[in-house]
Design a protein around this ligand. Structure first.
Ligand code: PLP
Ligand code: COI
Length: 362
């Protein structure tokens, strides 16, 4: 397919600089948005077309648009960082593009070419470059695609809209990410074998919300989902992968299958840890074992990881019938080093031996 050409329509009345500066002081997560967005349309027989960067506006939606009824929808999440030299980079956007293609395949949607996905993100970061926060903040990019055909028959849509919006963000967690507590859901499942758990589709998150509500009621920030068949093995959190770190320094994380999102942060952490001589096992870990190991001291820490969460220690685990603490609830020096190495690569402060960093502009 020929490379898509992007037309640019500047926002007629962009946010005044002083208002933008005020917002960037403490953006939170996902509540404020930049001035522009990218849009690309797809129609069966025509393919991808009408790629443009425009003002971020509400999108007119027919009440019979397929996505509103059957949830044929996928999304991604990645960050752009401001660099010390005044430029901007993104972390492994090609990996997000490929995962987006895999999600599309699972949801019977057309695959957006990798270069169109990355260019769309590049163009949005360039046009809204003044929105990238300084310091620890970043510009969170949210590509999304949904079925836009106006039809109530249950079938893959013949029309889609792909969008990218951007949101300046600080920490995902209100607590500022020092540590989080988690609720283990022993009844509500997120994903089952043969389902959509490995795809980044909105439906998985919708399925997680009931358990998330229960978690909030118990004072927990995230839900730990167990395997849907036996309710025995730990899979992942509602929006993050999970790692366990043992007293001998080794690490373990549930293996990727069709019920877990193949996290790019997870994958990067495994690579960086292995390079520094840490043993990493991708093996199932039972909830009962987690409790036992936390009590015996065999387990030193557990942490959540993802684009939004980066690497956040888990301090307390609650479940129907009890709770337990993990170590001292903080990261060890080994995990802190891992976190720093990853963040320094992401922000262009350390060498990038894997070629993970994608330069948007200098
Ligand atoms: N698992 C789920 C369910 C997620 O939503 C995310 C976040 O994107 C992750 C894991 C971590 O993935 P990544 O590291 O690619 O952001
Ligand atoms: C991300 O980390 O990018 C996510 O998508 C997790 C959550 C905010 C949905």
């Amino acid at each position: 397919m020929a490379t898509l050409a992007f037309a640019t329509e500047q926002h007629p009345a962009p946010t005044p600089p002083e208002r933008r500066a005020a917002v960037l002081q403490d953006p939170g997560f996902g509540r404020v948005f930049t001035d522009h967005m990218v849009a690309i349309r797809y129609r069966e027989g025509k393919g991808w077309h009408d790629a443009k960067i425009t003002a971020r506006v509400a999108i007119p939606m027919d009440p019979a648009a397929a996505v509103l009824h059957y949830s044929q929808q996928i999304f991604e999440g990645l960050k752009a960082y401001r660099t010390a030299d005044g430029g901007a980079v993104m972390f492994r956007p090609e990996a997000n593009a490929r995962r987006f293609q895999k999600s599309a395949e699972r949801l019977a949607m057309p695959m957006l070419p990798e270069d169109a996905f990355v260019t769309a993100c590049d163009e949005l970061v360039k046009i809204d470059r003044d929105w990238i926060p300084e310091g620890d903040g970043s510009l969170y990019l949210r590509p999304v695609m949904f079925a836009s055909e106006v039809f109530l028959g249950v079938k893959p849509s013949s029309e889609y809209l792909f969008l990218v919006i951007a949101s300046p963000v600080g920490s995902y967690f209100k607590s500022g990410a020092s540590a989080v507590s988690v609720w283990v859901s022993q009844d509500v499942n997120r994903a089952g074998p043969g389902g959509t758990g490995a795809a980044k589709c909105g439906g998985n998150y919708a399925a997680s919300l009931l358990a998330q509500e229960v978690a909030y009621k118990h004072g927990c920030e995230q839900v730990v989902f167990l395997d849907a068949v036996e309710h025995r093995y730990i899979e992942e959190l509602g929006g993050m992968n999970i790692f366990f770190v043992f007293a001998d320094g080794s690490m373990q994380t549930p293996p990727i299958g069709d019920t877990i999102l193949d996290g790019i942060t997870r994958n990067s952490i495994i690579a960086v840890a292995k390079e520094t001589g840490v043993t990493v096992r991708e093996q199932p870990y039972a909830f009962s074992q987690w409790r036992e190991d936390a009590a015996s001291g065999r387990l030193r820490e557990s942490f959540a990881c993802g684009t939004a969460a980066v690497l956040t220690p888990i301090s307390t685990v609650k479940f129907d019938g009890g709770s337990f603490m993990i170590g001292n609830g903080a990261s060890s020096a080994q995990t802190e080093k891992l976190r720093t190495t990853l963040v320094d690569i992401q922000r262009c402060r350390a060498p990038d031996p894997h070629g993970w960093v994608h330069r948007v502009f200098s």
